[in-house]
Ligand binder design. Structure first.
Ligand code: MTE
Ligand code: MO
Length: 433
């Protein structure tokens, strides 16, 4: 149990702010709006200074257009941060931090909040000195500058990247108190780049070309074996994320996008792609990123990230701040095998299920956003979400997962998450069986 990381406690001020904005924008929402209006009406009768008094921003002009050449979030959003779990790794150089999923909405992860996973820290690469080499079983060995790459026909793709270790700390039981920590090794970004297929065709694949070995330019020299079928299908060599250059944390100036497959294969600071006829069996696909089964054997090359979902609001870092009544529940779902076709929500630990509403774009191998609007009766709840993908795969319970995979795994935990909602609206990470 890691209590001290739940720092996002609501202040009275933020409660007031929430009511004010609800009143301003909420007139068409019916019963819920009426309840909120009644509260605000009482505040008004007592002389709410937020209504009666002039603020600085009402009276004095603000910064001009030259003050913020590259914008940053409001200072009131300072608590919205990537966070690490101090005891998880020995040092921050080979470590991970987590996306604050409970602070986000829609499907796109803002660039500054995308979780980071580095094996040797953030490489600061000068793009003018960066090269991408393709060698091995090709007709022509090629070297590209960044300018060379940008002359190829481009493609845009929205894809989630999930580290295979996401939720890994939860394998043996509920541990971390917040969806940021249990599920935050994921981000969902629109990438711009050139299809890997185009570059491989430029080099010309030999008949026996079956595998690729992408390699990173960071000090970890990250490598993974990628089968040629995937490379020719939907992989991208990308230099933009959400419209702007990749952030250094995400592999500036170049990274591999491997849609739906485990994050480890999305090599950052991509400098070389070797073409071979068999996998290389490197560290990241033998000692790491394999799944130790109950019989002592390890599953290998488990690339696809199976269907998964989590309720982000409410959750331990985002408790319910209102009394019983109209409640908007929200969460995210994704599948490495396609689209999410349905998300069900349970209020009673998986006994009864109701369909949630998926809202926003539904894109292959992308995050989906779901909502479930319900009338909270103020009693304790055991919230769960269960996603079903376009292949018909249903997100399993943690018990079902352990029955097949045993107790030894870290990677590929897509089990159903349970949040215990208390009567006072606080939330705890629990497991039901
Ligand atoms: N060159 C290089 N590529 C890398 C890594 C790395 O340490 N070095 N980490 C990998 C792992 S384990 C993951 S989960 C993703 C994380 O991507 P992100 O930092 O954009 O979240 O990058 C992958 N690519
Ligand atoms: Mo990872």
């Amino acid at each position: 149990m890691v209590r001290d990381m739940t720092t996002d406690s609501p202040t009275d001020n933020s409660k007031l702010q929430a009511r004010r904005s609800f009143l301003r924008g909420g007139l068409a929402i019916g019963g819920a709006a009426a309840a909120a209006a009644a509260t605000s009406g009482a505040a008004l009768a007592n002389g709410d200074p937020n209504i009666l008094e002039l603020k600085d921003w009402n009276q004095y002009p603000g910064d001009g257009v030259d003050a913020r050449p590259y914008g940053a979030p409001s200072e009131f959003e300072e608590h919205v941060q990537r966070k690490s779990v101090p005891w998880l790794t020995a040092d921050p150089i080979s470590s991970v931090n987590f996306t604050p999923l409970h602070e986000l909405d829609g499907i796109i992860t803002p660039n500054g909040l995308c979780f980071e996973r580095h094996h040797s820290g953030i490489a600061e690469v000068d793009p003018s000195e960066h090269r991408l080499m393709i060698n091995g079983l090709v007709d022509k060995q090629l070297v590209f500058t960044m300018e060379d790459l940008m002359r190829f026909p481009r493609k845009n793709q929205i894809n989630f990247l999930e580290c295979a270790a996401n939720s890994g700390m939860e394998w043996r039981g509920a541990q971390l108190n917040g969806c940021q920590f249990t599920h935050g090794m994921i981000h969902n970004v629109m990438y711009t780049g050139v299809p890997l297929k185009t570059l491989l065709e430029e080099a010309g694949l030999k008949g026996n070309a079956k595998w690729l070995l992408p390699e990173g330019a960071d000090a970890s020299g990250m490598t993974r074996s990628v089968p040629i079928e995937k490379a020719l299908d939907d992989c991208l060599v990308a230099w933009k994320m959400n419209g702007e250059a990749l952030r250094p944390e995400q592999g500036y100036p170049l990274r591999l996008v491997v849609p739906g497959w485990e994050g480890n294969m999305w090599v950052k600071w991509l400098r070389r792609i070797e073409v071979g006829d068999k996998p290389w069996h490197h560290r990241e696909e033998t000692s790491k990123y394999t799944d130790l089964m109950a019989n002592g054997k390890a599953r290998r090359f488990t690339w696809e990230m199976d269907v998964k979902s989590v309720i982000t609001n409410p959750s331990p870092q985002a408790p319910l701040k209102h009394d019983k009544g109209f409640t908007v529940l929200s969460g995210v779902a994704w599948s490495g095998r396609g689209k999410v076709s349905r998300v069900d929500v349970s209020l009673d630990g998986g006994r009864n299920w109701q369909a949630a509403r998926i809202d926003g774009p539904s894109i292959d191998k992308s995050m989906h956003r779901f909502y479930f609007d319900f009338d909270w009766d103020g009693s304790e709840l055991l919230l769960q979400s269960r996603a079903i993908d376009s292949e018909g795969y249903v997100q399993p319970t943690k018990d079902a997962l352990r029955a097949v995979r045993g107790e030894n795994s870290i990677y590929h935990n897509n089990g159903i998450q349970t949040w215990h909602i208390k009567k006072d609206g606080t939330v705890e990470n629990v497991e039901v069986s």
